[in-house]
Design a protein around this ligand. Sequence first.
Ligand SMILES: Cc1cc2nc3c(=O)[nH]c(=O)nc-3n(C[C@H](O)[C@H](O)[C@H](O)COP(=O)(O)OP(=O)(O)OC[C@H]3O[C@@H](n4cnc5c(N)ncnc54)[C@H](O)[C@@H]3O)c2cc1C
Length: 366
Amino acid sequence: MLPRRFLSSTTTSLPKSSATTKAKNATLRVLQSRYLFAGLAVWTSIGAYYLFPPSKNPYYSVTTDPSSGGDTPTTLVPTRWSPVSLIASEETSKDTRLLTLSIPRHLIPTPSSARAIWSIYIKDDDIQVERPYTPLEGIDEEGNIKLWVKKYPKGEVGRWLHSKKPGERIEIRGPLQTWLHEQHPDEWDEIIMISGGTGITPFYQLLNEELIKSNPSGDAKLTPFKTRFTLLHASRSAGDLPPPAILGPLVSIAQNDPSRLRLKLFVDEKDSSTGSPYDLNIGRIDSKAVENALEIRRSSVWDKLAWRKFDPKGVAGEGRKVLFLVCGPDPMISAIAGPWGRNYSQGSVGGVLGQLGFGSDQVRKL
Ligand SMILES: Cc1cc2nc3c(=O)[nH]c(=O)nc-3n(C[C@H](O)[C@H](O)[C@H](O)COP(=O)(O)OP(=O)(O)OC[C@H]3O[C@@H](n4cnc5c(N)ncnc54)[C@H](O)[C@@H]3O)c2cc1C
């Protein structure tokens, strides 16, 4: 509020004293409008902050760095490349490596901007192509990201990443949302994840977020969500399975608390050269494996004699809400959930899940 004396009215006559008064009043009017304008600006800013808080859009939370002026982002963002260093590269099989990237402290994004399941793009600087990869455990407090990366014989970025040595610089951008579980964490009673090869990485990130990070003591009562997770994972052979850094924590949760995680590992063939510490199923993930995960009970002769009927959808038929997430090589996606649609859109649900009667509201291809 302006003091009352600044609001006195002006006169129209022009004696010397009134000319002075007029000049004074003109100055007061300018001051008055400046105060009003400044007040308006402050209230508009406060209103805008509450209507559009800076954290509303997690993928473009660009903060400004006062020291550099301008709108230079100070954290990792999806819209521009940021330099990080490779600090470790460990061989985990003949064509996979566990890589650790270190993000400079000032680039570490806020935890709310990277919620499971998310990925980063990595740029192959030699030929300027990019591919998405999934940080296994998100970003730790030091700014480290762990990736499990496969190289293909003629693939570009995977081979390039395998050739990089600790200390070398790599450019990344992100976080980018692959699929968001947290929006409705209790929406699903069962989430059944089916993966092949490095397709396990998004599921590891989700399980790490929901079952490992949120409950490091492993106490079943402390886990926040009611969803039961099932992971059916397939690799070509025991030697191609994910490394202990990935399988170890999952096996331990599945053993200690099967009401939160059930885990089944599949290999195409028995690997005579390597003994495996895991309980392996030989063969591909097929309709029988999916039916077992759904606890579908086939009627026996006695059931038929007693006219007992079974719901063909197992736990889904009992009213439990079931979601399937599928990630792996294209032929596997096709066999389990039907092929991708045009331009890698979801397409219709086919394969094993289509035959069991599940539709696009319950199946996501990642
Ligand atoms: C959201 C998301 C997350 C992902 N996360 C991970 C992850 O965590 N880890 C991981 O390893 N992958 C991940 N991927 C897959 C990854 O992005 C790449 O697709 C994969 O690494 C292959 O890329 P590339 O450049 O090495 O091979 P590409 O160059 O894309 O080649 C892929 C395939 O095509 C074949 N090919 C290439 N050129 C030719 C040619 N001239 N003739 C015939 N065949 C050819 C290759 O042999 C290979 O089989 C993810 C994908 C998505 C979409």
